[in-house]
Design a protein around this ligand. Sequence first.
Ligand code: NAP
Length: 298
Amino acid sequence: MAAKILDGKAVARELRVGYRERVRALPAPPGLAVVLVGEDPASKVYVRNKVKACAEVGIRSTVIELPAGVTERELIERIVALNEDSAIHGILVQLPLPAHVPVRNVLEAISVEKDVDGFHLYNVGGLVFGDTVFPPCTPYGVQCLLEHAGIEIEGQNVVVVGASNIVGKPMALMLMQKDATVSICHAKTRDLAQFTILADILVVAAGQPNLIVAPMVKTGAVVIDVGINRLPDGRLVGDVDFEGVSRKASYITPVPGGVGPMTVTMLLGNTIASAERAAAQPVASAERAMSGRAPAPA
Ligand code: NAP
């Protein structure tokens, strides 16, 4: 059995066509502010990709570069100013931040209505109720990829390998909202294979090349590889042995070209949704952005 490829690049391209239309329908282009602290080369590449993707659909992006020695206070002051700027609909702080800056304080300073990465505590908490203002981009991208392929989620056994705050945990909550039966595994899980073998849908986000090999996968499973690992020879691979597992799975995501392009695309979608909300309720949105308060749940 050869698995069908879940082509994130192609789905992303298709979604972006619709996004361009939505941007054109707005009274002014959506604005995304990306805050980049320090000189981390990987962060710079990620920011460059996000800026490029924004331009592609007509989102106006602004990169605010701050030195690695920036204080928590200076950084939060910049965010507060962005919260109050009505031309900005999304604010993203590129992680990781330098060790001296408390990440949570910085993320909590972002207005919930502009938290397009979905990392504010309100948005994280909203995942439990299924009413986030912005779903976090990577798990949201995975969900869209599954839905786009018409893969049933309700009632399926889902195993998520990786329990980080930005991928594994929100992924598990989002698929639980879709009525899947979800198990979460992490580095201290004993006998990972006894869980993965039960998965109808296996989502892997551990950052460990070759962690998942064919004998750990049920025949016909849907395998989503979120991992991105750079091997010593320069190759980019996921967490799943693609060659072996693709002979056993029904669907599989490639790395690169699977979840990665979907993550950036969800960021664009969240930013456009924010601009649409602001255009629909200009006064209420501006007031809430100033106060940092969350909108009432839908
Ligand atoms: P992270 O914060 O390092 O979390 C990794 C998670 O995997 C942790 O929960 C860890 O368990 C678990 N883990 C590590 N080794 C394991 C093992 N041998 N067996 C089972 N679980 C194990 O990483 P992350 O930010 O979630 O990212 C995970 C991967 O996805 C990375 O490769 C990252 O580059 C990639 N990523 C891709 C995208 C994309 O758009 N495609 C976006 C974000 C991240 P403990 O909690 O017990 O330590």
